[in-house]
Ligand binder design. Structure first.
Ligand code: SF4
Ligand code: SF4
Ligand code: SF4
Length: 391
């Protein structure tokens, strides 16, 4: 059976909110900020910078020190860009070998995940390298309808058709493809049924994660209309149930588990503190909370892998703002009164920071989450009642 590749931001149950007590810690590893695409909704400030091969040894030694400092058994390394496949295959191979060499005998197991837009994939060039990641599934992104994804030669209107061909090529090489879909204003216009049909019947994906746009470097897109977005996600949730949960649709499944009080891995945006289980490393060794921060708001970075020790990075003042966020929200904002606080913990800090101007405020999409959580709870109660009535 194929394992599903979790999204980089799909992490451990953060009710265990002490990194020291965990066995898993994750690194968003960005060895390059180069990308073949020119998407107008990209939140990253892309540049031609890539990590030099000569740095890999130092980088993985520093990551091993971080793994020791947080006392994790497993370090999960999410390879992202930019676009990893815009690097040379030799450089990716060198990095993977260096990682294995540095962690050998360390007592820390490493896992790798690969996020790629797929467009540069060519079997003869990449198949054997992707095998070295030891994954069954690669993670990619595809929006529907596509308004923003494009390359210099492929416009948004042709992009999805080209992507589907690449997906077929990757699958023919023996890898499954999971998809992150960023909701856009076009998605809200076509509605949840058409959206679900596209991924299930046309794109034929099994593992789909819906994500809300991240604010970032580019001006597009503007925040989504929250009322329209609420209607969309609730309709999508209902269609998912009506279709027998036929897709592994994140974050619905995890939210159901959490709302019905069964601990489960969940998206970082609904974790007690994303900082407890994840950090990101950029191509110059810069360390920040996640790719959104490293690429877009580097003034919030924690330091550098090359000039700071693991302890200094983990104890950086700038990291405390993330670690303490849920506590501050509980004591100083409406989150403290919210019946869903232990489901949501105030949502994602970057959406609060970029859209409200303050990380220590509830996520901009709070009203959407609240309505979705209420619908899931109602549905759970309905199911509970149905099963007890049947007894
Ligand atoms: S959104 Fe992803 S694929 Fe598109 S330009 Fe940005 S990094 Fe590249
Ligand atoms: S800032 Fe948001 S996207 Fe980044 S790790 Fe934290 S919760 Fe996840
Ligand atoms: S739903 Fe809104 S108020 Fe409730 S915890 Fe989440 S962000 Fe805070």
């Amino acid at each position: 059976m194929r394992r599903r590749t979790p999204d980089p931001r799909e992490l451990m149950n953060d009710r265990q909110n002490d990194a020291k007590s965990r066995s898993l810690f994750s690194i968003v590893f960005m060895p390059t900020l180069r990308c073949n695409c020119t998407c107008s909704h990209c939140f990253e400030k892309l540049t031609a910078v890539s990590m030099d091969d000569s740095l890999y040894e130092k980088v993985f030694e520093a990551l091993r020190a971080i793994a020791n400092e947080v006392a994790c058994d497993t370090l999960r390394i999410y390879w992202q860009g930019g676009e990893v496949l815009s690097m040379s295959p030799e450089s990716v191979r060198n990095a993977l070998y260096e990682e294995q060499r540095v962690f050998a005998g360390s007592g820390v197991k490493t896992e790798r995940h690969l996020q790629t837009n797929l467009m540069p994939y060519e079997s003869r060039r990449w198949r054997d390298i992707v095998r070295l990641f030891d994954v069954n599934t690669v993670s990619s992104s595809l929006d529907f309808p596509n308004l923003y994804r494009k390359t210099a030669g492929i416009g948004p209107e042709q992009y999805n058709a080209v992507w589907l061909k690449k997906k077929a090529e990757v699958e023919a090489d023996g890898f499954a493809v999971s998809v992150i879909s960023l909701i856009n204003r076009g998605t809200l216009e076509i509605g949840a049924r058409r959206f679900y049909d596209f991924y299930e019947r046309e794109a034929r994906v099994k593992n789909l994660q819906i994500n809300l746009p991240f604010p970032g470097y580019n001006v597009e897109p503007r925040p989504l209309d929250r009322d329209a977005l609420t209607r969309f996600v609730i309709e999508l949730y209902r269609i998912w149930i009506e279709r027998g949960r036929s897709l592994n649709l994140s974050p619905f499944k995890a939210l159901e588990e959490r709302i019905l009080d069964r601990p489960t891995p969940i998206l970082c945006g609904f974790s007690y503190s994303c900082a407890k289980s994840l950090i990101a490393v950029g191509p110059r060794g810069e360390v920040g909370q996640c790719d959104c921060w490293v690429c877009t708001f580097p003034e919030h970075n924690y330091g550098s892998l090359f000039t700071h020790s693991a302890r200094e990075l983990l104890e950086a003042q700038s990291r405390r703002a993330f670690v303490d966020r849920a506590l501050l929200l509980a004591s100083q904002t409406k989150c403290g009164e919210c019946r869903f606080f232990q489901v949501c913990y105030g949502g994602c800090p970057i959406r609060a920071f970029a859209l409200n101007g303050n990380m220590h405020t509830p996520d901009y999409y709070c009203p959407v989450y609240f309505e979705l959580f209420s619908t899931i709870l109602d549905q759970g109660e309905l199911q509970w009642k149905a099963s007890h009535d049947a007894i």
